[in-house]
Design a protein around this ligand. Structure first.
Ligand code: ADP
Ligand code: MG
Length: 577
C-alpha cells in the first residue's frame, strides 16, 4: 500500500479509542467537563453498563449558542490558549478532545444553556456528524446523552466486558470524583436504580463513609498533613482517610489517589501508601485509602496520557515521601486498635461450631418490651474472667435438648425453651457486628484453596455483591467462567463447604442492595446451627451463655422468637398445684 494521509473520520475514531476506552471513561470526561464548568450538582445515568445510554447533567455555566458546534470539534477547548498554559494546568480538561472523541463513536444529544444566554440550544450528532440543531428553553447547565457507544467501531464494542463489570467501573468513577469534590452533589442511577449519592455539603468524611461503607469507614483514620515548603522544598498537602492496619484487602483497588483534584493511577504513590503500613500488615495485603494530594500545578505534568489518569511529578521523591509520612503519622496517632495485629492471619480454631470469646463491651440494655426486670438480673453473680458485656438474660442452666431443635434450660424464674437456630443466629449476628465495629473481622484461609463452580446467575450476582462479600471477610477470586477460588472466608462458616456457604448467602441476599446489617444477618443465618442438629452439652452451654449477653436476646435478627419462658406460676397452674 502506498502512503496516504488518513481521512479525518478515520483519524478521529483512532483518537477516540485512546481517550474513550469504555463507558466509564466517557463518563469520567463528562464529569470533568461539568466540574470545570463550575457545577455544584452532577447527575449521572447509565443503562446496560453505559453501552445503551449514558447521560450526564450538570448545573454549570453551560455552553454558548455560537460555540456549541465548535465544542465538538477536535482540539476545541476553552481552557488553554498557548503552550505556556500547559506548564500549569488548573482545569481537569485541556486537550479539547473528549467531546469530539465521544461523539465520533456514538450518537450524542446535547442540551445546554449558557448562563449569559437567554435561550439554550440542543444538538444531535451521529458518529460525530451534526444532524440537527435548534433553540430551546432550558435551565443554565448542560445535559449530554450518549447512546450506543462504539456503534460504529465493532472491534471496540466486542472488547467491552459484561454489564456488571462496566457498571462497576462507572460506579468507581462517580465515587472517585465525589470523594475529590465533596462540595459537589453527585448522584448515580444505573438501569433506573440509584447506586450512589453524595450530599454536596463539602464533608469528605460523609462521602468517604458512603464510598467505603460505614463499617469500613469506622475503621479508617483521618490523614492530614501539610508540608509548608520550607527550605526550598515544595509545599505538599495530603488530606483524606486510610484504613487501620486491621482492615486490608487483597489488592490495591481501594487505594484511591487524587492529585490536584484529578483521580490518578500511580504505582509509586500507592506503594508509598502501602509502605506506611510496613510491619503492620502482611505481605500481599493492602490498605484502603482515599488521599487528596495538593501541590503547586507547575510541579505536576498531567499531559502524559490521553486519559489523563497518569501524571508526572517534577520531584517524585518528595511527593512519595510526603504521602508515606502523612499516612504513617496518622496511623501512629490513631486509636490503639490501629496497632492491633492483622486478623487475616489469625488462624482461629474451626472445630467447634460455637466458639464464644469474651466480647468488647457494648453498653446496651434490654429493649422495652423485654420481659426481665433489673431485680432479677441483679442477683446473678458475674464470672471473674475478664471484661464481659452486660447481662440481658438471667443465668440459665442447660438441662438438655429436645427434638434436636430446642434447648431446655432452667433459670431463677422458671423454665426456658431456646430455639437453637434462632438463638444462634442472634448470637452470631452480634458477634460479627462487633467484629466489624472493632475492626477485628475473624477470617480463615481454607487449608487448600477451594475452587467452586456457580450457576451463571449466581456468578453474576456474586459479581454484583462482590463488595458485600468482601466486607463480610470473604476473599474470592474469579478464576474462569463462573468459576471462583475462595482464598478466605469468615471464621463462623469455616466448618461448612465454601460452595454451600456462597450459594446459601447469595440466596439470602436476594433482591436489591443490602445494608451492612442485612448482610451480617444473612451471614449469621447461613452460619447458625440448624434445627435438627444434635448439640453437645458444651455447645448448648456456650450458646446459652452467649445469648445471655446479647443486646436483644429475645428475637433473631429477622424477628423470629429465640426464647419461650414459662414461669414457675405457669408451670404450677398447669399441674393444678
Ligand atoms: P476540554 O475539556 O479538554 O476543553 P472537551 O472536548 O472535553 O475538551 O470540551 C470542549 C469544550 O467544551 C470545553 O473546553 C468547554 O468549553 C466546553 N464544555 C464541554 N462540556 C461542558 C459542560 N458540561 N459545561 C460547559 N462547557 C462545556
Ligand atoms: Mg474535557
Amino acid at each position: 500500500m502506498s502512503i496516504v494521509i488518513l481521512p479525518e473520520s478515520v483519524v478521529s475514531r483512532i483518537a477516540a479509542g485512546e481517550a474513550v476506552e469504555r463507558p466509564a471513561s466517557a463518563i469520567k470526561e463528562l464529569i470533568e467537563n461539568a466540574i470545570d464548568a463550575g457545577a455544584s450538582s452532577i447527575n449521572v445515568e447509565a443503562e446496560a453498563g453505559g453501552k445503551r445510554l449514558m447521560r450526564i447533567s450538570d448545573n454549570g455555566a453551560g455552553i454558548r449558542n455560537d460555540e456549541l458546534a465548535l465544542a465538538f470539534k477536535r482540539h476545541a477547548t476553552s481552557k488553554l490558549r498557548d503552550s505556556a498554559d500547559l506548564q500549569a494546568i488548573s482545569t481537569l480538561g485541556f486537550r479539547g478532545e473528549a467531546l469530539a472523541s465521544i461523539a465520533a463513536v456514538s450518537q450524542v444529544t446535547v442540551h445546554t444553556r449558557h448562563r449569559d444566554d437567554d435561550m439554550g440550544r440542543s444538538m444531535r450528532l451521529n458518529g460525530g456528524d451534526i444532524q440537527t440543531q435548534r433553540s430551546i428553553g432550558a435551565p443554565a447547565g448542560t445535559v449530554i446523552t450518549i447512546e450506543n457507544l462504539f456503534f460504529n467501531t465493532p472491534a471496540r464494542l466486542k472488547f467491552l466486558k459484561r454489564d456488571v463489570t462496566e457498571k462497576r467501573h462507572i460506579l468507581q468513577v462517580v465515587e472517585r470524583y465525589a470523594l475529590a469534590y465533596p462540595q459537589i452533589a453527585f448522584a448515580l442511577r444505573q438501569d433506573g436504580r440509584e447506586r450512589f449519592r453524595s450530599s454536596g455539603q463539602g464533608d469528605l468524611a460523609d462521602v468517604a463513609a458512603r464510598v467505603f461503607g460505614k463499617d469500613a469507614f469506622n475503621r479508617m483514620v483521618a490523614v492530614a498533613s501539610d508540608d509548608s515548603g520550607w527550605r526550598g522544598s515544595i509545599p505538599i498537602r495530603v488530606r483524606g482517610y486510610a484504613s487501620w492496619p486491621s482492615l486490608t484487602r487483597k489488592d490495591r483497588s481501594k487505594i484511591i489517589l487524587f492529585v490536584n483534584g484529578r483521580a490518578i493511577q500511580d504505582a509509586s504513590l500507592s506503594h508509598a501508601v502501602t509502605q506506611a503500613y510496613d510491619g503492620m500488615i502482611n505481605a500481599g495485603r493492602f490498605p484502603l485509602a482515599a488521599l487528596l494530594i495538593s501541590l503547586p500545578p507547575e510541579q505536576v505534568d498531567v499531559n502524559v496520557h490521553p486519559t489523563k489518569a497518569e501524571v508526572r511529578f517534577r520531584d517524585g521523591y518528595q511527593v512519595f515521601a510526603a504521602v508515606q509520612r502523612s499516612v504513617r503519622q496518622a496511623l501512629q496517632t490513631a486509636e490503639p486498635e490501629a496497632a492491633a495485629t492483622d486478623p487475616w492471619t489469625s488462624s482461629g480454631s474451626n472445630e467447634s461450631v460455637v466458639d464464644y470469646q469474651p466480647l468488647r463491651s457494648s453498653i446496651r440494655f434490654l429493649e422495652s418490651g423485654d420481659s426481665f426486670d433489673d431485680a432479677e438480673l441483679a442477683f446473678i453473680p458475674e464470672a471473674a474472667d475478664g471484661p464481659q458485656k452486660p447481662r440481658t438474660l438471667p443465668l440459665l442452666r442447660v438441662v438438655g435438648q429436645i427434638g434436636a431443635s430446642y434447648i431446655v434450660a432452667e433459670g431463677p424464674a422458671g423454665m426456658y425453651l431456646v430455639d437453637q437456630n434462632a438463638a444462634h443466629e442472634r448470637l452470631l449476628y452480634e458477634q460479627i457486628r462487633e467484629q466489624h465495629e472493632s475492626g477485628q473481622l475473624e477470617t480463615v484461609k481454607p487449608g487448600e484453596s477451594q475452587t467452586i463452580l456457580l450457576s451463571p446467575d449466581d456468578a453474576s450476582r456474586l459479581g454484583e455483591l462482590a463488595d458485600t462479600f468482601a466486607r463480610l471477610g470473604f476473599e474470592i477470586e474469579e478464576f474462569g467462567p463462573n468459576t471462583f477460588t475462595v482464598r478466605a472466608l469468615p471464621l463462623c462458616v469455616a466448618s461448612l463447604r465454601s460452595s454451600d456457604v456462597i450459594t446459601a448467602l447469595l440466596a439470602r441476599l436476594n433482591g436489591g442492595s443490602k445494608s451492612p446489617e442485612d448482610a451480617i444477618a444473612a451471614l449469621a443465618g447461613v452460619a447458625a446451627v440448624r434445627s435438627g442438629q444434635i448439640l453437645q452439652s458444651d455447645e448448648m452451654k456456650s450458646l446459652v451463655a452467649g445469648l445471655e449477653r446479647c443486646p436483644s436476646p429475645l428475637a433473631s435478627p429477622n424477628g423470629r422468637t429465640t426464647l419461650v419462658h414459662m414461669t414457675r406460676e405457669q408451670l404450677a397452674s398447669e399441674f393444678r398445684r
